[in-house]
Design a protein around this ligand. Structure first.
Ligand SMILES: [Zn+2]
Length: 227
């Protein structure tokens, strides 16, 4: 495992990635937790996985870059958005990006333009420059305006097969529709615009991280190994 400083948040906090396996292989996976600061379990579950596997051997024919926390400022502030109040998961350059929240709720503020935020830019650069085969974003279903059940959400028909395999392993339903509009989300940009495999794991916000890891942590292994 290699620790990589990928960039800094608005407040200058390091955003770290943890790389496993062979960067030059075909089966490359990008996993990202804590896009929303109010979803700490989505970072903590990545930390539990790293702790479990850091000293073990990793498959030769797979590569994982895991970013446990894309939004360290929001995590410290206990806000959905970053220091600028931007919802990072509405700040990606998808074709449907809008300058105002679809919901009218400022917690979903998408920023002044797509990829206006340094945290978003880190991921846009990674996806544009490295040939990842799959993206897996990790959230909890913490809601401000729109409730949704825990699920394995996927964007684009090309993402269905992986979502269904993760669904079988985790016991969470696979569904293509999270239930409300998400223009500028990471999942939509990667799955619908770039047409790559894009799966979003939505964990139960009411559960603690140990329980979530025990019940659903198999999404890491399935997500990494399946193509
Ligand atoms: Zn979220």
């Amino acid at each position: 495992m290699r620790e990589i400083i990928l960039g800094k948040s608005v407040k200058g906090v390091d955003i770290k990635g943890y790389a496993f396996g062979d960067e030059n292989c075909f089966n490359k996976t990008l996993m990202i937790g804590c896009l929303h600061g109010v979803e700490p379990q989505s970072k903590e579950i990545c930390d539990l996985y790293i702790n479990e596997v850091k000293d073990k051997s990793f498959p030769d024919d797979a590569y994982l870059l895991l970013i446990p926390c894309l939004n360290p400022d929001g995590l410290a502030l206990k806000t959905r958005g970053n220091t600028n109040g931007v919802d990072l998961n509405r700040n990606f350059p998808s074709s449907g990006w809008k300058s105002i929240p679809v919901s009218g709720n400022s917690a979903y503020y998408p920023g002044i333009k797509p990829a206006s935020e340094p945290e978003t830019k880190i991921v846009v650069d990674l996806i544009n420059k490295q040939n990842f085969k799959k993206l897996i974003a990790i959230h909890t279903n913490h809601f401000i305006q729109f409730p949704n059940p825990p699920m394995i959400n996927y964007d684009g028909e090309q993402s269905r097969e992986l979502a269904e395999k993760i669904s079988v392993a985790t016991g969470l339903i696979a569904h293509h529709d999270v239930g409300y509009p998400t223009p500028g989300s990471l999942g939509i940009w990667v799955g619908k615009d770039l047409k790559k495999i894009s799966v979003t794991v939505e964990l139960d916000d009411d559960k603690n991280t140990d329980e979530l890891y025990k019940k659903h942590g198999s999404f890491f292994e399935v997500g990494i190994l399946e193509i």
